[in-house]
Ligand binder design. Structure first.
Ligand SMILES: [Zn+2]
Length: 344
């Protein structure tokens, strides 16, 4: 790790962050009553309840920062912010963390749809029962995607997809690519390829980003649960409809966590590179019936990251991170029999 970006000690162990977050919280106490509060018409759950439910030994507050700590797990939020950090991996919550009287709370939807699946992936029913991975290289043919002085996004996407395919096959997975060459597929056609797969599978869409010369880093998208808007957009009535992908809300987040953490770990991490795990309603995420994520593996529009993408080692690092994440995710969601989720 750290081959491409300078890393510091605090974040060096992020490579293993998801292993830790996935595996250490299995000694959950029986539900002893969640402290639910209303705020702005929404349900929030106090961090004191989280501490009790997940057996965190310590809760610390320093200014607006609240930290729950267990032996190998640190969960940190800032009052007023939508960002939550689990062992340094950034999650973008649907609603900001609030303070009400003496209590600090996280929204119930963020607890049930974001935090719990990450802390207790083994409680996600039947998620580990797959050996097929569908890899979607974004764009292709007449649709080049983003472009920079060196190349176009469609070509980087396909290179990573091809490397990932080889890595997964070597580990015994069956792999299906939505495209194997420079051809154009509509988003709906990608969904159809995925949904035609008969056996349990997961779906990983690979893209590279674009957005001005200063934006950089990695972001991982997973489908917004019903009632949660597309990232950066206002909520609209159709956001309350349940889509195919919402059948896998918990698995989606667990898969995103694994991929995001492992890719960051592989390329070398610093704060500017972790843009977080975000919610979106991209067509492939709404339409595919299997757990699905969309990775943006860096910015074509950033001068330095653009050069990196021309380095085959960088693309290999992204592919290796995803490949490791698939194994990690499968292990994490297979850990024990499912049980009830909290605060439903
Ligand atoms: Zn793209």
């Amino acid at each position: 790790m750290g081959e491409f970006f300078h890393s510091n000690f605090v974040l060096r162990w992020l490579r293993a962050a998801c292993v830790v977050a996935f595996l250490c919280v299995h000694n959950v106490k029986a539900q002893t009553g969640w402290d639910v509060m209303k705020f702005g018409g929404r349900d929030y759950v106090s961090l004191d309840s989280l501490k009790k439910f997940y057996n965190f030994p310590t809760l610390k507050r320093s200014g607006n920062t609240v930290t729950l700590e267990a032996k190998n797990l640190i969960f940190k939020v800032n009052i007023g912010s939508q960002e939550a950090f689990l062992n340094g991996v950034k999650f973008v919550c649907t609603y900001p963390v609030i303070e009400s009287g003496s209590k600090v709370g996280i929204s119930r939807i963020d607890l049930t749809k974001l935090i719990d699946p990450v802390l207790r992936p083994s409680y996600i029913a039947n998620a580990g029962n797959f050996r097929t991975v569908i890899i979607d290289a974004g764009h292709g043919g007449k649709d080049s995607g983003a472009a920079n002085a060196y190349n176009s996004e469609k070509s980087y996407n396909l290179k990573v997809a091809s490397e990932l395919k080889a890595l997964l096959i070597a580990k015994g997975f069956k792999v299906i690519l939505t495209r194997q060459s420079d051809v154009y597929l509509t988003l709906q056609e990608r969904v159809e390829v995925a949904n035609a797969v008969k056996e349990p599978a997961i779906f990983i869409s690979i893209h590279f980003n674009s957005g001005g010369r200063s934006a950089r880093g990695i972001e991982t998208f997973t489908l917004s649960p019903a009632g949660v808007a597309h990232y950066g957009s206002d909520i609209k009535s159709s956001d309350f409809e349940t889509r195919n992908g919402n059948l896998n809300d918990s698995a989606n987040v667990a898969l995103a966590t694994a991929v995001h953490g492992q890719v960051l770990g592989k390329i070398g991490v610093n704060n500017t590179l972790d843009r977080g795990i975000k919610r979106a309603r991209f067509s492939v995420l709404t339409g595919v019936k299997y757990p699905a994520i969309l990775l943006e593996g860096g910015f074509m529009s950033h001068p330095y990251e653009a050069r990196l993408m021309e380095n085959p080692k960088y693309l290999t690092a992204v592919a290796t991170g995803i490949s490791n994440a698939v194994t990690l995710y499968q292990r994490a969601v297979s850990y024990r029999k499912p049980a009830a989720a909290p605060a439903q």
